[in-house]
Design a protein around this ligand. Structure first.
Ligand code: GRF
Length: 211
């Protein structure tokens, strides 16, 4: 089966992007990273993608002012140029309109640093700590118009330790993210994921624990 052509959308550091690039170096991985697109011209991740020999593009949202659709049309054009099958959001910090999300229904993934549906939105690690939860983690889900609400593809769990602060907990979760995103993309690229009534039915094991 032909490998799926993937675009990774970033805004910053790009450590999840790196994890996906590394996974896709294996010729037996069912997806290839065709392009990395950033809305931030100075995103750290862009340099890494270039040094890995991957095509990059910048679609700067500021150029389009408040016109979100114009920004998204530019994004869509870039995705078309690279004949993209699947989109992975990886620390991409722009909200997308329903129009754009619909174009990629069932073909756009996001990674969120919490066990959804708990802790949607920002500052997930601080909120998990404050809640007293004993487990925390990360979720890869399909993107739907409502933020952090699409069908859950895979989750990874970490313990919350008594001595944790936001930084130590974030680091533990990030390590799981880097294993989880390649796993989730693999399941989707292999066609093992079906969405039925808002749930993903999966042929495979969509769960990771902290080592
Ligand atoms: C990750 O924690 C991811 O879960 C969240 O944003 C962060 C991006 O980190 N959506 P990086 O840019 O992949 O290093």
């Amino acid at each position: 089966m032909a490998r799926k052509r993937v675009a990774i959308l970033i805004s910053g550091r790009g450590s999840n992007m790196v994890a996906l690039i590394e996974a896709a170096k294996d010729a037996s991985y069912p997806a290839e990273i065709a392009v990395v697109i950033s809305n931030e011209p100075d995103a750290e991740g862009l340099a890494h993608a270039r040094s890995a020999g991957i095509a990059t593009a910048v679609v700067d949202h500021r150029v389009h002012g408040k016109n979100r659709e114009a920004f998204e049309r530019a994004l869509q054009a870039e995705l078309a140029v690279h004949r993209i099958d699947l989109v992975c959001l990886a620390g991409f910090m722009r909200l997308l309109t329903p129009w754009f999300v619909e174009q990629w229904n069932g073909r756009m993934l996001n990674i969120h640093p919490a066990l959804l549906p708990a802790f949607k939105g920002l500052d997930t690690h601080a909120r998990a700590l404050a809640s007293g939860a004993k487990i925390h983690g990360a979720t890869v889900h399909f993107v739907v118009p409502e933020m952090d609400s699409g069908a859950i593809i895979a989750q990874g769990v970490v313990p919350v330790a008594d001595g944790d602060n936001e930084a130590t907990l974030a680091a533990r979760v990030l390590e799981v993210e880097h294993r989880l995103y390649p796993l989730a993309l693999k399941l989707v690229a292999e066609g093992r994921v079906r969405v039925v009534d808002g749930r993903c039915l999966i042929d495979g094991v969509p769960m990771l624990n902290s080592p």
